[in-house]
Design a protein around this ligand. Structure first.
Ligand SMILES: Nc1ncnc2c1ncn2[C@@H]1O[C@H](COP(=O)(O)OP(=O)(O)OP(=O)(O)O)[C@@H](O)[C@H]1O
Ligand SMILES: [Mg+2]
Length: 239
């Protein structure tokens, strides 16, 4: 469960990028965050992840206030997994080394078991086991980024544009992987996306940000047909 209450944050004193944002994601829900470039979507995820300390407001993960806890402690102690928009794998390292890095807080035995479990689910990882991550295709790379975050068995997963730059086929594969993660691990997922229609199809609910505020929120299927949504964000495209 993630809950934000009137979250205000920014990078420069006196300039707020996020302005009193309140939102929630229930256990095992997939919620998508939409909005134009630069409106603060990544900033919001960075705040929840602990890369950025909010100026005011509260952030709760699993009913614990975590607003000032840094990222490494959130991963270790609060069940958080974060896949950032850029640099989400170690490109110089192999698939194996990336997964070991994701399992750094696990015991050796647990780490090995978790790797076996994830490689069984995503055979491509074993297939490219000792190759460097830089040799992966865009979709394979996103799968690696997801599985690296899954190593620590997070209860909450933040995904920043998991389908960025992917072909329609790869997008479908990555979204299917996200749906399966929810099903197999009951993870709570907050995902930022530009492919709004496709993302809404796999989401339960969505929030649309505009100029650092929540402009619209609701059930994903309803938003697909909401004329305000088309006006604000989809540019008139039909669902
Ligand atoms: N590290 C930073 N230092 C200063 N300003 C930043 C920093 N990161 C982002 N910003 C600014 O904060 C605002 C929101 O950026 P953010 O990356 O959150 O947008 P976004 O909604 O994720 O955009 P996009 O869809 O392009 O990824 C932008 O004006 C951006 O220039
Ligand atoms: Mg962004």
């Amino acid at each position: 469960m993630i809950k934000l209450n009137k979250l205000t944050a920014g990078y420069t004193p006196g300039i707020d990028i996020l302005k009193e944002i309140s939102l929630h994601v229930r256990k095992a829900e997939i919620v998508t965050l939409l909005g134009p470039n630069g409106c603060g979507k990544s900033t919001l995820l960075k705040c929840i992840a602990g890369y950025l300390t909010p100026n005011s407001g509260q952030i709760e993960i699993q009913n614990n206030e975590v607003g000032t806890i840094p990222i490494h402690r959130k991963v270790r102690d609060c069940g958080l997994g974060f896949v950032p928009q850029t640099d989400n794998v170690f490109t110089q390292l192999s698939i194996k080394e990336n997964l070991l890095a994701g399992g750094q807080f696990l015991t050796r035995l647990d780490c090995r078991q978790r790797i076996d479990e994830l490689c069984e689910r995503y055979p491509i990882l074993r297939k490219k086991w000792l190759n460097s991550a830089s040799s992966l295709s865009g979709g394979e790379r996103q799968i690696l980024a997801l599985t690296r975050a899954l190593m620590a068995r997070p209860s909450v997963l933040l995904l920043d544009e998991p389908s960025a730059g992917l072909s329609p086929k790869m997008l479908t594969d990555v979204f299917e992987a996200i749906l399966n993660i929810r099903k197999q691990e009951e993870v709570t997922i907050l995902m930022v996306e530009q492919n709004a229609i496709e993302a809404l199809h796999i989401s339960d609910r969505a929030y649309v940000l505009a100029m650092g505020k929540v402009a619209l929120c609701g059930n994903a299927k309803e938003l697909l047909n909401d004329p305000r949504m088309r006006e604000l964000y989809l540019g008139g495209r039909a669902a």
